[in-house]
Design a protein. Structure first.
Length: 206
C-alpha cells in the first residue's frame, strides 16, 4: 500500500459516505464519525485501509479517490485533503491496534492468548492483520498435515481459533465462525489446491 495521493477500488458504501461530506477540504469530526461507521460496517478492506492512511497524512497534499468499477455505479472521482486533528483522531481509531509480532506472542501462550486474539478481532481495524496471521499459521500447519496424521496440526489450529471465539458474545462468536470458514476455505482454494477436506471447515460457515 503506497501513500501516493491515490485511492482506487473503494466500495460503494464508503464512497457514498464520502460524497455526503460537505467540504472535502475540511472534514468535520461528525462527518469523520459517519465515515468511520461506513468503513467499519462490513470489515475494513485494502482500499479502505488505503483511504484511512491517505486521509490521516500530515503533508496536506490532495487525495484522488475512485470507486470500484461497477456497471451500475460509476461516479466521478473525488478530491479530498487530509483531515484535521479531531477528524484524524476518529479515523486513526480504525487503524490496527496489534502487530504481527504481538499476534505471534499471543499464539505462543496457547488458549489464553488465542482468546485475546479473538477479542482483538472484534475491532474491525484488526480484521486484515489477523486474517493474514491466520493464513500464515495455516501455511505452517498445512506443511505438516496429511491423511496419515489425520490433518491433526490443521485441526488443532482451527480448534484453537474456534475455542477462542467461543468465549465471545453470540454475535461475535458467529462472526468468528464465519472468519474461520473464510480463512480456511480461501487457503484451501488459493494455496492448497483444494486438498484440505471440506469437513474440516464447512461447519463454520454461517
Amino acid at each position: 500500500m503506497a501513500i501516493d495521493g491515490n485511492v482506487s477500488g473503494l466500495n460503494q458504501t464508503t464512497f457514498r459516505a464520502l460524497q455526503q461530506i460537505k467540504d472535502p477540504k475540511n472534514m468535520t469530526e461528525a462527518e469523520a464519525t459517519q465515515l468511520k461507521t461506513a468503513i467499519a460496517k462490513d470489515g475494513i478492506d485494502s482500499a479502505e485501509e488505503d483511504l484511512i492512511a491517505e486521509l490521516t497524512r500530515t503533508d496536506g497534499k490532495s487525495i484522488t479517490i475512485n470507486a470500484e468499477k461497477d456497471a451500475g455505479f460509476s461516479p466521478q472521482s473525488l478530491q479530498f485533503n487530509p483531515v484535521a486533528t479531531k477528524a484524524q483522531g476518529v479515523l486513526n481509531s480504525l487503524k490496527p491496534t496489534v502487530t504481527e509480532a504481538d499476534l505471534n506472542k499471543l499464539w505462543a501462550k496457547g488458549a489464553p492468548g488465542v482468546r485475546d486474539i479473538a477479542k482483538l478481532f472484534k475491532n474491525p481495524a484488526n480484521t486484515n492483520i489477523i486474517t493474514a496471521f491466520a493464513m500464515k499459521r495455516l501455511a505452517v500447519d498445512y506443511a505438516v498435515s496429511n491423511p496419515l496424521n489425520g490433518y491433526a496440526p490443521m485441526i488443532r489450529s482451527i480448534r484453537n481459533f474456534s475455542d477462542g471465539f467461543s468465549q465471545l458474545s453470540p454475535e461475535d462468536k458467529a462472526r468468528g465462525s464465519q472468519f474461520i470458514y473464510n480463512v480456511v476455505s480461501e487457503f484451501d482454494r488459493t494455496k492448497a489446491g483444494g486438498m484440505i477436506p471440506d469437513l474440516l471447515y464447512e461447519r463454520f460457515k454461517n
